[in-house]
Design a binder for this molecule. Structure first.
Ligand SMILES: Nc1ncnc2c1ncn2[C@@H]1O[C@H](COP(=O)(O)OP(=O)(O)O)[C@@H](O)[C@H]1O
Ligand SMILES: Nc1ccn([C@@H]2O[C@H](COP(=O)(O)O)[C@@H](O)[C@H]2O)c(=O)n1
Length: 214
């Protein structure tokens, strides 16, 4: 007779290059379950605390390198959630290039979506993911989306987006992000526009919740 495995939340990792549609896909799933039965964790909330740095120093950081993230804190928070404990989720401010001082109390849920550019690069993080998704969107489309988004939402200039893209975002994508595609269970072309993939993920999440009586 096999011993029954203790229940733990299911973790879905959603990764892909910048502006590939990770947030759009994750939000589409999250918003479908309007009763707040699943949880969304953004890796960007776990960028290093840069409170002690000047703005010039913050602007010079390579935000696409694994060392830019406070991965131990993300792992610790995920471990807590996996043990059904609440966390204080950090909040990120792109305009300040830093975490804000506020945090959000987040109760554990049966399904956790973790979304970010580098969630499959670190084996410690990767091992916590039950379902791994790579959102795959052509580079030219991503660059255009990133320019529009960063100017509109993240307080950036066209020049700064282009410089950052060419000096760090693009090379780091090829060095650290794109290679993690090999770990994906599911590759989603075109991100949020891929309604078939979004529906399949929603169906999967729903079946997990029903199975667990949620
Ligand atoms: N299918 C799409 N068509 C047009 N714009 C999109 C599409 N998917 C995402 N976007 C836009 O592109 C930008 C990046 O999308 P987002 O989902 O935030 O990507 P990521 O989380 O991978 O950076 C956002 O401004 C978003 O509104
Ligand atoms: N202060 C910061 C922090 C991050 N970035 C960029 O954000 C990208 C990751 O977020 P996505 O929503 O695009 O996946 C990443 O490529 C960083 O370059 C930033 O520009 N400034």
């Amino acid at each position: 007779m096999t011993e029954e495995q203790p229940a733990k939340p299911i973790v879905i990792g959603v990764t892909g290059g910048t502006a590939s549609g990770k947030t759009t896909v994750s939000r589409a799933i999250f918003d479908h379950f309007a009763d707040n039965s699943i949880l969304l964790l953004e890796q960007d909330a776990y960028y290093n605390d840069q409170t002690e740095m000047t703005m010039a120093q913050r602007r010079a950081v390579n935000y696409d390198h694994p060392l830019a993230f406070d991965t131990p804190r993300l792992i610790a928070d995920l471990e807590k959630l996996l043990h059904y404990q609440a966390i204080e989720k950090p909040v990120y401010d792109y305009k300040l290039f830093n975490r804000s001082t506020e945090t959000i109390l987040q109760q554990p849920k049966e399904v956790i979506i973790v979304e970010g550019v580098l969630i499959l690069d670190d084996p410690r993080l990767r091992d916590l993911m039950d379902i791994k998704v790579f959102v795959d969107t052509d580079d030219d489309v991503r660059v255009i989306r990133r320019i529009e988004r960063d100017i509109k939402d993240r307080g950036r200039t066209l020049e700064s987006v282009i410089t950052q893209y060419l000096t760090t975002v693009k090379p780091m994508y090829h060095q650290f992000v794109e290679p993690t595609k090999r770990y994906a269970d599911l590759i989603v072309p075109e991100g949020g526009a891929n309604q078939v993939a979004v529906d399949l993920l929603i169906t999967k999440v729903n079946s997990i919740l029903v199975q667990r009586g949620k």
